[in-house]
Design a protein around this ligand. Structure first.
Ligand code: 2HG
Ligand code: ZN
Length: 466
């Protein structure tokens, strides 16, 4: 099929305005948010319905054309960026953004893949409920991208990864069949839980078109506190006391190095309300029941007394809460302004965080003089963003390998929440066991035998599909 014929056939499925082929219109699809990954799409297709998605997939399958699904383009691993061949079709779900239903009694929401996460959160709030998936990128991230990458964020400690929210899923398979599993059931052991095959697999097995999400009750009382702590060991002691004192009300427990907040102050012009410290903890708790603030004040007094925190402040208003969170959520942006950075989205067992940080800091300082560590993350769930700002000449793969080897030594993961995309394909192969890789390849071969679903992401194409 020539380009002209393909565009015509796609337009017949999704309408005139649903196909973009002009180079200027494709810019947003050809490059990721960080401008690290660049590709060249043959065109971008924006279907309006699940039937149209299926039509596009069937057409591409019959022509042997690879499809790259695209959400809000907020990923950090290049999972939504096409390769440079100019042959891949980008499939954007941005026009499928309806919230189809909210069931208040059952606390569920049925939502289409292109709906912005924040829009879904607001709709849940308007219904007196809460969608507890919270990410710095929630203003642009789309539900389909959030689920297909199994995004994490700041609420994982309490509410789990995005996967934990999914009760039902609608997908289009690699051969263009619609599978409607939009059930609203909390209990459903009827056969394989096939929706898990499409969550976190970054569009390499099929396309998520809609989902039923489990919502949560709204918490009337919320307390947010920023603490200065001397080191990561002390931060974990604070975490233990918090778990003992306020238990499951703890939503978020974020660790930020003083260096990370220094970047935020310098590049974003934001001011940390506490004196400089090696480390800071941002804590948020919420509950339907009163008395939470007293409990948080009590726990703060305890950790200050023990010396595990050296200073602390509790937000007095929603505005102050927002200001504290803005410090945390501006780190990525500030880091991107600082220069070249190598990201390591790693997790280790929570108790192993201090030792991992100590060993990684020492190893990086020794092997990469002139580099600066920007470490922060979701310490409450073991996920550290161990990012390193490096001179342009630094050997990126060597530094990645050094950090990841330590992660493996600590029984951690080289991708806690950002996924593999194209960024970590070779490192996954290096760090993952042969048996796990073989299993993954068997699933890929079964669900996408032609290798046309987001090829080259998560794993290298199988030799025969290359
Ligand atoms: C966050 O936690 C995001 O803010 C981005 O996962 C982390 O920039 C990063 O490495
Ligand atoms: Zn994160």
């Amino acid at each position: 099929m020539t380009d002209v014929q393909l565009l015509e056939a796609l337009r017949a499925i999704v309408g005139e305005r649903g196909v973009l082929a002009d180079p200027a219109d494709l810019e947003n699809y050809n490059v990721d948010w960080r401008h690290v990954f660049k590709g060249q799409a043959r065109c971008a297709v924006l279907p309006r319905t699940t039937d149209e998605v299926a039509g596009v997939i069937r057409l591409c399958a019959s022509e042997g054309i690879a499809v790259v699904p695209h959400g809000g383009n907020t990923g950090l691993s290049g999972g939504a960026t096409p390769d440079g061949s100019g042959r891949q079709v980008v499939l954007s779900l941005a026009r499928m953004r309806a919230i189809r239903d909210i069931d208040v009694l059952g606390e569920t929401m049925e939502v289409e893949a292109g709906c912005i996460l924040q829009t879904a959160q607001e709709a849940a709030a308007a219904a007196g409920l809460m969608l507890p998936i919270s990410l710095a990128a929630e203003g642009s991230a789309q539900i389909g991208g959030v689920l297909s990458t199994n995004a994490g964020g700041t609420n994982v400690l309490r509410h789990g990864m995005s996967r934990a929210r999914v009760l039902g899923l609608e997908v289009v398979t690699a051969d263009g069949e619609i599978v409607n599993g939009l059930r609203r059931l909390r209990k459903d052991n009827a056969g394989y839980d096939w929706k898990q095959w499409f969550i976190g697999t970054e569009g390499t097995l099929g396309i998520i078109t809609a989902a039923v999400l489990q919502l949560a009750p709204q918490s009337l009382h919320r307390v947010t506190a920023l603490l200065a702590v001397p080191d990561a060991d002390a931060a974990l002691k604070v975490l233990r006391v918090a778990r003992q004192q306020i238990g499951e009300t703890l939503n978020a427990f974020e660790l930020m190095s003083g260096a990370a907040l220094e970047l935020v102050e310098r590049h974003q012009g934001l001011k940390t309300p506490l004196a400089p410290s090696e480390w800071f903890v941002l804590m948020e708790a919420s509950s339907c029941l009163p008395g939470l603030r007293d409990a948080v004040e009590g726990l703060l007094a305890m950790v200050l007394e023990e010396g595990d925190a050296t200073d602390g402040v509790i937000a007095e208003s929603e505005r102050q809460e927002g200001e504290l969170w803005l410090l945390r959520e501006s780190i990525t942006e500030a880091e991107s302004r600082e220069g070249r950075s190598l990201k390591h989205d790693v997790s280790v067992p929570i108790s192993g965080i201090p030792a991992f940080l100590r060993e990684a800091d020492a190893a990086v300082a020794l092997a990469f003089p002139g580099s600066r560590i920007n470490a922060f993350g979701h310490a409450g769930d073991g996920n550290i963003h161990y990012n390193v700002v490096v001179p342009a000449s630094s050997d990126g793969p060597a530094l990645n390998a050094l950090v990841h080897d330590l992660v493996v030594k600590h029984q951690g993961s080289i991708s806690a929440e950002h996924g593999i995309g194209q960024y970590r394909v070779s490192e996954l192969e290096r760090c993952c066991s042969a048996a796990e890789l073989k299993l993954a390849r068997r699933v890929k071969a079964a669900l996408d035998p032609a290798g046309l679903m987001n090829p080259g992401k998560v794993m290298a194409p199988a030799p025969e599909a290359q």
